[in-house]
Design a protein around this ligand. Structure first.
Ligand SMILES: Cc1ncc(COP(=O)(O)O)c(C=O)c1O
Length: 400
């Protein structure tokens, strides 16, 4: 007999991704219900007092919380190994709310030079304007961690990183960085979008908060925008009751439902993305018209050994350089199967030219500081057959 109230906490994350956090359902539906509602009603004023007074739990208004969204948050907490999560309408919703919250705690902010262009734009347009102390560091310098620690010393700090970074594919030693941050009393935030929890769990390496653009691998189908932050319950609760509710970037119940569906195949998809990205990066690295390939799965990548230690696989993202902007643009135009687009993590392979697209609006000095060369192209390797992808790049590269 199947127990409809089975509350077993499965230990395999593949099982958690499929089964989710189990809540009893009177109709024994295989899939979770979609609570597509803006508000929740009360039977009487006494129960209003119970819920709003904090004596009983209950949903009030979907900007503050919604059962379908809570289910998504619960699954992410399990997959990332965190106590609690808060979902947002987009990755930038999660990043902006988190950075504002940390700035309100009076923290000095530290960012690596190689970071997603939207995060960089938020720092420039908001944190700098508001006078929040912002410092940059270069993780490609050999003594970067020592120099970061010397600047963190005795300060309430926040270090915000990506590994692998978008689009340069830099790998940071998350365990060493976590240890250093802990010693100096700094909060470590890791944007785990490129790896997803199927390949890497930064909280288990000692980070304090993990952020995702759920738009990417968590959703996995290019049909939604979403974001999420995971960490300790108290901190997440304070985020939820502050920026999480009042900046208004709340995840919609429908997108939470799509995310729950997408996550069921996350582990399988990440395995396939990684396999195809490895095949394509090996092809590209042997091509005479390609100057450099940045994929952590290649033994030639400077972060290869570190990635082997801290990631289960190397993921579906790679970037490579063909020397000049005109060659890069021509190559993007000549690809037939691979489409031009700025997103990533979808079944369809996408290519973007950061110089003309994601980093177009940066001034030239800032763009080169961020590691964006004119000939750099970033590929989100999809789930198509590897032979077709390689054939497409081969034909695009072989034209004179
Ligand atoms: C690493 C990374 N973080 C955050 C974001 C922002 O996410 P969203 O587009 O969902 O706001 C992106 C988007 O490309 C990203 O690549």
């Amino acid at each position: 007999m199947k127990d409809p109230n089975d509350q077993t906490e499965y230990s395999s994350m593949e099982t958690v991704a499929i089964r989710g956090v189990h809540l009893p359902d009177p109709f024994r539906a295989l899939n979770p219900p979609l609570y597509q509602t803006s508000t929740f009603t009360f039977p009487d004023m006494e129960s209003v007092d119970q819920v709003l007074g904090g004596h009983e739990s209950g949903y009030v208004y979907s900007r503050g919380g919604n059962p379908t969204v809570s289910r998504f948050e619960g699954v992410i907490s399990r997959l990332e190994g965190g106590e609690a999560s808060r979902a947002f309408a987009s990755g930038m919703g999660a990043i902006s709310a988190t950075l504002i919250h940390l700035a309100r705690e009076g923290r000095k902010m530290f960012f690596p030079r190689y970071i997603y262009s939207g995060t960089r734009a938020f720092i420039h347009k908001f944190l700098n304007q508001w006078g929040v102390p912002v410092h940059w560091f270069d993780p490609r310098e050999t003594d970067w961690l020592e120099s970061l620690v010397s600047r963190l010393y005795h300060e309430a700090g926040c270090v915000f990183v990506e590994s692998p970074s978008n689009p340069t594919m830099d790998i940071l030693d998350l365990e060493r960085l976590s240890r250093a941050c802990r010693q100096e009393g700094a909060v470590l935030v890791v944007d785990n979008t490129f790896a997803s929890p199927a390949l890497q769990t930064p909280l288990l390496a000692g980070a304090d908060l993990v952020i995702h653009s759920a738009t990417k691998y968590l959703g996995g189908h290019g049909d939604l925008l979403g974001g999420v932050v995971t960490g300790k319950s108290d901190w997440i609760k304070s985020l939820a009751m502050g920026e999480g509710s009042f900046l208004g970037a709340t995840l919609s119940p429908f997108n939470a439902w799509l995310l729950l569906r997408g996550i069921k195949t996350l582990f399988l998809r990440m395995e396939a993305h990684s396999e195809k990205a490895m095949a394509l990066s090996s092809f590209l690295s042997g091509h005479p018209k390609v100057n450099a390939v940045h994929y952590p799965g290649l033994p030639s990548h400077p972060g290869h050994e570190m990635a082997r230690r801290q990631m289960k696989r190397f993921g579906g993202m790679l970037s490579f350089d063909v020397g000049t902007a005109s060659r890069a643009r021509l190559l993007a135009d000549r690809l037939k199967l691979v489409k031009i687009g700025v997103s990533l993590g979808d079944p369809e392979s996408l290519i973007e030219h950061p110089f003309s697209m994601s980093h177009r609006w940066l001034d030239p000095k800032e763009r080169s500081d961020a590691g964006i060369t004119p000939g750099l192209l970033r590929v989100s390797v999809g789930l198509e057959g590897a032979e077709d992808l390689i054939r497409d790049f081969d034909q695009a590269l072989s034209e004179p």
